[in-house]
Design a protein around this ligand. Sequence first.
Ligand code: SAM
Length: 268
Amino acid sequence: MLYIVATPIGNLEDITLRALRILKEADYIAAEDTRHTRKLLNHYNIKTRCVSFHEHSKDEKRAFLLDELRDGRDIALVSDAGTPLISDPGAALVREAVQMGLPVTSVPGPCAAVTAVTLAGLGGPFCFIGFLSKKAAERKRQIERLKYAGQPSVIYESPHALHGTLCAFADILGAERRIVVAKELTKLHERVFSGTLAQAAAEFDGDVKGEFVLVLDKAGETEEQAEDDVILNEIKKNMAAGMTKKDAAKAASEKFGISKNRAYRLSL
Ligand code: SAM
């Protein structure tokens, strides 16, 4: 069985009884960084053999783990912190194990995104983005898409890039959009800042340390209305170019990354 095991995001007490049992009983622990995981295992006196498995692991390593699973071995997949696969390695291994009909299960637990969402006081839908692209043009496009977001967005950010990201958000999305900056969750210096993008950029300037999750508020009604207008214009342009209403709406939905239904409703 492949067990996807969530581990603490800071506070070592945040681990389930099931996770501890699986880590103890597994034949191997496939860990993103074996030295890092050892600290957790030592804390709980777990002696299971660790093998390293990270984003740069070669295909042979994945093939080895899949062979072991096929031979009936139990493998616990862990990342450095939180839930594996959530902005962490493991997706290809899980996909292939499922495709091969091997048994896979998840042992749920901490996740920085979910922890931040609860502290932001959100009860409704949200969009998980994870890390923004490192490529400047793609990053800008991603931020531009947030302009019209109909739900809050959850973003992971490194301390050295935090101020730049908050400034870029303020530039592109407007200084008054609200954001929650959740710092060092479950740790000694946990802090939850809530304010406008301008206030956040001023607050997290200079030498910033720690781990951060950003929960960016959804667009205001004015922005959503503006997006409807932009989409409708695109549909009209497509129809003027000879497309049927249905095709024009479909093309607009693909361009703006919205549902076909929404585009079609607007076209009516
Ligand atoms: N798999 C992890 C999860 O389930 O949350 C996320 C791994 S990702 C490589 C690491 C990023 O998650 C950090 O850069 C930070 O944005 C966020 N993060 C992880 N632990 C955190 C914490 N204790 N407080 C705030 N953010 C955290």
